[in-house]
Every structure is written in C-alpha cells, then in structure tokens.
Design a protein. Sequence first.
Length: 473
Amino acid sequence: MSIHQITEIGSWLFLIYGLIICTGYTFAAIFSFLEIRDYKRKNNFQAEFTLLQSSNLPWISILAPAYNEEANVVENVRSLLTLNYPSYEIIIINDGSKDATLQELIKTFEMESEDFYYHPFIQTEEVKGIYRSKNDSFRNLTVIDKVNGGKADALNTGINISDKEIICCIDVDCILESDALLKLVKPFLNNNKKVIASGGIIRVANSCIIEDGRIIDVKLPNTFLARAQIIEYFRAFLMGRMAWSHLDGLLLISGAFGMFDKDTVIEAGGYNHNTVGEDMELLVRMRKIMREKEVPYTVGFVPNPLCWTEVPQKWKILHRQRNRWTRGTAETLWMHRKMLFNPKYGVLGLLSTPYWFFFEWLAPLIEFVGIIYVVLLLIFSSLDLWVYLIFFGVVYSFAVLFSITALFFEEFSFQQYKKPKYIIRLLGTILFEPLIYHPFVMWASVKGNWDLINGKKSWGSMNRTGLGNKRKA
C-alpha cells in the first residue's frame, strides 16, 4: 500500500470521526434546549415556596469530606448551615487532614467530642472521634475525625453514620445556593419510578463576592484559565448533561454536589476505593444494579445553578485534575465494560457507555494521534496546505459556535453573568479557548492515560486559594 493510499484512508477516518462528534454535539444542543425549555415552563418560585411549607419533605444528610481544607471549610460550613430546607443534618468528615481543618471547625463552631454508636454498613478506615457543637445554633452539625483513607472512604464513613433516607454528597469547598436542597430533592418527590440519584449544575465561584457563606455578587474571573473553565462548564452541564437527562442516560453526577437514595447506595456497596473517579463509578454501578433487578428507576437532573465551586487557577493544578478525571473515566468504563453495546442495559448499554468510550475517553487520544499524523504529513510533504487550512477553519468555527450556543443557553436560562462587559469577555475567551486551553486539557488527558497504564492511583495535591472574597466598601 502506497503512502498516498495510507494518507487518504487516514484522512477519511479522521473526517468520519469528526463528523460523528459534530452530529452528536448538534443533537445534544437540541435535546438540551428542549429540556431547559420544559423545565422553565414547569417550575417557578411560587411552587418552591409552597413546597417549603410542606411537613412531608424527606430528611437529608449532607456529607462533606474535608482534606486540608482550612482555606474554605469555615466559610462553606456557614453556607450549609443557612440552607433553606426544613429538615437536614450536616456531617463533615475530616479525612486525616494535615493542616488546621479540624481545629478551625472545633474552634469556630464550639465543637466537643462525644460518644456515638453506628452500624458499619460499609468497611472504612478507623474513626478517631465524633464532635458535636455545644451551641444550639449548630445543633445539626456533626464533625467526624478519621484516619486518612481518601474521598471514597470518607464518604462511606459519612454514609455509615448518617441516619436519614437521602444523602447529599458535596465537596466541602463548594458554596450552595440557599434553595439548593429544595430544588435537588424535587425529582425524589411524586415520581412514578424509584429515583436513585439527582444532580444539578455547577458554577465557578472564583472572584465572586462571598459573605457568610453566600454568593452576594457574581463576578467574572480575571484570569483566562478560570474563564475558560466557565465556558467548559456551560458546555458540560447545559449542553451535555441536560441532553443525557432528556434521554435518561446520565452516567455522571458531579461529585461536587449530588443527591442519592441511601438504601440503594448501601446495596451497591458504597463508594469504590479502587478508582479516582468514584462519583461516576458509583452512579454507573447503581444504574447497573437497577437494570439487572429490572426495577423501574430514574436519575434526576435539575438545570439550575445550585452549587458554586473554586476551579484551578494554575495550569499545574488543572493538569492534575484533568489527569485524574481521565483515569477515573477509564477505570469506570473498564469495570463496567460488559455494559458496552449490551441491549440488556437499554440506553446505558447502547448509547451512554459507547458515547463515553468513543467520545469522552478516546477523543483526546485520537486527537493527539491526529496531531502526530498532520506533523508526519508535513515531514513527508503529503499535506495539501490549503485543504488543511480550510478543514482547520471549519473545525475551529464549529468549536466556537458550539461554545457560543452554550453561552446563549446560559443567558436564555439563568443569566448569571448579566453585565455586557462579562459577555464580551466570555466571547473573547471562546475565541482563544480552542487554541490555548483545549490543547492543554487534551495533553493532560493523554498523560492521564499514560499514568493509568503505569499504575498511578493518587489524586495529586489540589491546593486552593480560598473563596473568602469580601465586598469592597
């Protein structure tokens, strides 16, 4: 086979793969728009206010693992204490922090050690102590101090100690909207099917004004890196998970903020210690169990910006995060590989897992191979420069248009960035994001696959700057 024939076959393969991705993104945009439109028609503030007056709302246990979170932990616990929901408890799990996380909690919230007995449904590392507040204002707050075992182990400890029917697992560095629980619990109410989980939209809190654990003023970050992640989150939540929710094919609820049926979580065995993508793996395992038991069920998704989180503002930290996300995705797909193209699992087997395999896990690898392919064509003078530039222009234009559509969906739905100057800066970020940010994330994913092959299991340090921005006088 001649070099010309190899070049032609390779070019067609990359073209077909790209067309399939573009088609999938187009359908995702359509399904997402329909889902957002329907949600806005069915939901209003008055209905939520009426719901708040109900005495039949289920109790919720909020579980928040904390490891070296002294920068944010007090501010975020304050946020949790002021949530607009009648019946909930907060369980902070200090997972062997090496900083002053535990000391800050004990001092600020007047905690004292107490004896506490619980049933270990799931095996975990040793619990060193359990603390409750002497102050009645914090009577629904519990702090667990345990030997370090990782996020999955910390959440499993919280599951063991909680005694409510629904658990809400969050990252302690997050800030929740005051009505977040009220909105996220809605899918569990008056549903004909068993609801095993519910998730919501995550927003970027960097540079926002925060007072007493509340977002007072939404501001656009000054750094390109943080703004690029805002655009990425628009695409992931408003264009991605909304579409999968419409098809009832969600495979992932963000570990930053998700609600689960406790009995189903325990039946599934809790969070898995053997993956760094424990949030995705748990939901896939729960859905798999429901399908195998032939129990009618669903997973809810609420298209409201319910949770605000601090995103990495340094390239090195972002690399660690995306490296871990890639490893977690690959590990989950491998653990549940029997679902791939298996009609027994319905939408999950025939659509969701194939999509994640080919267009989430494999996409960065194929893109990296494509770059090497173009370089080789240049070396061997087999590249038609004008054809390549036209092709690159089409791909770049589609990427920009897709991000602009995601920004439009944000403005159509929740309008968090209302100032015209914010929109202009986001549009500017969209123009440069495919050329600067995306290649970096692609490389982090490629490196994540390499690290996975080499047996890397650690999360990597995720240092935070803190979310204690105050309003200027």
